[in-house]
Design a protein around this ligand. Structure first.
Ligand SMILES: Cc1ncc(COP(=O)(O)O)c(C=O)c1O
Length: 463
C-alpha cells in the first residue's frame, strides 16, 4: 500500500472547503498553488516566529508570512501581550477609546504624509476609503491606477470595458457583479512610464480624482519616476495616493514614502501595520482628509481595539527593534548566499531586487544568467506561462517544500527569521537547485515535477 500523503489532512480539508466556500478559500493568495501545489500544505494549525505547523503535524520554515502581514514573525510576544491585556478589558464599547487617538497620533508622527487618519480593517477596504475620500474631496469620478488595490467595485470596474487588469493583477478576471455604470471610471497606467501617465492625465484630467499606485515592491522605479508622478499630479490638482498595504514598513518605519523621500497626498496601510491582526489605515494631508468629515464613511469594527492595540505595539516594535534594518540584513545574506550557490552549481537563476523583499528568476533558456526578460517572475511559483522558467521555478519550490520550507519566487522573510533559518534555507536551496540542474541536464523536468502547474495568480505590474 502507498504511504499516505504527508499533506493528507490538508487535502481532505481543502476538498471540504471547496464544497462550502466558493473558490475554496477566502484569499486568492492562500490558494494551494502559491507554494508547491500538491506538495506544500494547504491548512496551518499554528505559527510561531518564522515557522508554521500544518494540520498534518509537520513543521515548516515559512517564507510567506501571511502575505507579508506578519513582519515581526508569527505570534509575536509583545504584540500578543498587548492584545491579551486589551481583551481582558473589552475590545469594543458604546464609546470611543483613547487608544484610537493614540494610534492616529502615532501614525501622524510616523508617516510623512499623515496629518489626519481614518481606520479600516484591511487593505482593499483602506484603498476603497481613500478613493471615496478623493472622489468626495475633488468632486470628480475617475481614478487612474497602477497595480493591485483590492476587490472592490471601484477597482474591478477597470475590466468592464477592456481586460485592463490583465497586466496589473492577472489575466482573465471577469468583472462579474460590478455595476456597468462604473465603466470608464478606473483607468490603468503602466508603472515606470511617465509619458504614458502624462498622456492619460491629459486625456482625463478634468475628471480625475486621484492617481493610486504602489510606489515600489521589490525593485525601485526608474530614477526620477516617482518624483515625476508627484509633479504631474500636483500640477493638475490631482490627489496622489500611495498604496503601501503590502510594502508596509519593510523599508522604513515611515513606509516607502519615507524610504524613497516622495510624499503623496494620501497613503493606505494594512497587513504589517498590526502584524497579522485585522487593521487598516488611510492617512493623508489635512486638506485632502478633512472633507471626509462630511462623507458617510463609518463602520462598527473600525474601532475594534484588538487591531488598534496590535497596531500600536507593532509600530513601536518596528522602530524599537529597527525592523527594516533587520529585514535588509537577513535579505542581503540570503541573496548573497543564494546567488553564490546558484553560481557554484551552475544553474541559470538569480535572486535580485531589494534585500527587504527579494525576487527569484530562473532563466527561460535554462542556461546563462537571466537578465530580465523571458524569466519566471511572479508572486506564485508558476510564472507567466508554461515556460521552461516556470517549470524550473515550480520544481525548485517543490524541492524546498519537500525540505519543509515554504518558498516561491517571491519569498517574504520576517524579523523572526534567524541564523538557523538562513542556514537551513541555504542548505535546502543548494540541494534543491542541484535537483533542478540535474533534471535540466538530463531532460527529466516533466518527470521530476509532482506539482500541478496552475495558471498564474497575482501577476503584479510593480514588483
Ligand atoms: C498593494 C495592495 N493593496 C491592497 C491589497 C488588499 O489588501 P487586503 O487583502 O488586506 O484587502 C493588497 C493585498 O495583497 C495589496 O498587495
Amino acid at each position: 500500500m502507498d504511504d499516505p500523503s504527508p499533506i493528507a489532512r490538508s487535502l481532505e480539508l481543502y476538498e471540504r472547503a471547496k464544497q462550502i466556500v466558493p473558490g475554496g478559500t477566502q484569499l486568492l493568495s492562500r490558494r494551494p498553488l502559491i507554494f508547491a501545489p500538491g506538495v506544500a500544505p494547504i491548512f496551518a494549525d499554528r505559527g510561531k516566529g518564522s515557522r508554521i505547523w500544518d494540520v498534518d503535524g509537520s513543521e515548516y520554515l515559512d517564507y510567506g508570512m501571511s502575505v507579508s502581514a506578519c513582519i515581526l514573525g508569527y505570534a509575536d510576544d509583545v504584540v500578543n501581550d498587548a492584545v491579551r491585556a486589551q481583551i481582558d478589558r473589552g475590545v469594543m464599547y458604546s464609546l470611543n477609546h483613547p487608544a484610537e487617538l493614540e494610534l492616529a497620533e502615532l501614525l501622524c508622527r510616523t508617516i510623512p504624509c499623515a496629518e489626519m487618519v481614518r481606520f479600516a480593517k484591511g487593505g482593499g477596504e483602506a484603498c476603497a476609503i481613500a478613493v471615496r475620500i478623493a472622489r468626495g474631496a475633488t468632486g470628480r469620478d475617475k481614478v487612474l491606477f497602477c497595480g493591485y488595490h483590492g476587490w472592490h467595485d471601484w477597482y474591478l470596474a477597470a475590466n468592464l470595458d477592456a481586460a485592463s487588469l490583465d497586466s496589473h493583477l492577472f489575466p482573465g478576471i471577469e468583472p462579474i457583479g460590478v455595476p456597468r455604470g462604473l465603466a470608464g471610471t478606473a483607468i490603468p497606467f503602466p508603472h515606470g512610464d511617465l509619458a504614458a501617465l502624462e498622456q492619460a492625465l491629459d486625456l482625463h484630467a478634468p475628471d480625475v480624482a486621484c492617481v493610486i499606485m504602489e510606489p515600489m515592491r521589490s525593485t525601485e522605479s526608474p530614477p526620477g519616476y516617482l518624483q515625476g508622478v508627484r509633479a504631474l499630479t500636483e500640477n493638475r490638482g490631482i490627489i496622489l495616493v500611495f498604496d503601501e498595504v503590502t510594502t508596509g514598513f519593510r523599508h522604513a518605519p515611515g513606509g516607502v514614502e519615507e524610504f524613497l523621500g516622495v510624499v503623496p497626498d494620501m497613503a493606505t496601510f494594512a497587513k504589517s501595520l498590526s502584524n497579522g491582526y485585522a487593521m487598516g489605515a488611510v492617512v493623508g494631508r489635512r486638506a485632502v482628509m478633512e472633507p471626509a468629515a462630511r462623507m458617510f464613511i463609518s463602520s462598527t469594527n473600525w474601532s475594534d481595539l484588538v487591531g488598534i492595540v496590535a497596531a500600536i505595539a507593532t509600530l513601536k516594535e518596528i522602530r524599537r527593534r529597527n525592523i527594516p534594518a533587520m529585514l535588509r540584513e537577513y535579505g542581503e545574506r540570503l541573496m548573497a548566499g543564494w546567488n553564490t550557490t546558484a553560481k557554484e552549481i551552475g544553474i541559470a537563476a538569480r535572486m535580485y531586487g531589494t534585500p527587504q523583499w527579494p525576487l527569484i528568476e530562473f532563466s527561460a533558456q535554462g542556461a546563462g544568467m537571466p537578465e530580465s526578460t523571458g524569466a519566471a517572475r511572479s508572486d506564485s511559483i508558476v510564472g507567466n506561462g508554461p515556460s521552461l522558467a516556470r517549470k524550473l521555478a515550480a520544481l525548485y519550490a517543490q524541492e524546498m517544500a519537500h525540505r519543509r520550507i515554504l518558498f516561491n519566487t517571491h519569498p517574504v522573510h520576517s524579523a523572526a527569521h534567524n541564523d538557523r533559518d538562513l542556514d537551513q534555507t541555504l542548505t535546502a536551496s543548494r540541494e534543491s537547485l542541484i535537483t533542478v540542474r540535474d533534471a535540466l541536464q538530463t531532460g527529466r523536468i516533466e518527470e521530476s515535477l509532482k506539482v500541478t502547474l496552475d495558471p498564474p495568480v497575482f501577476r503584479r505590474l510593480v514588483q
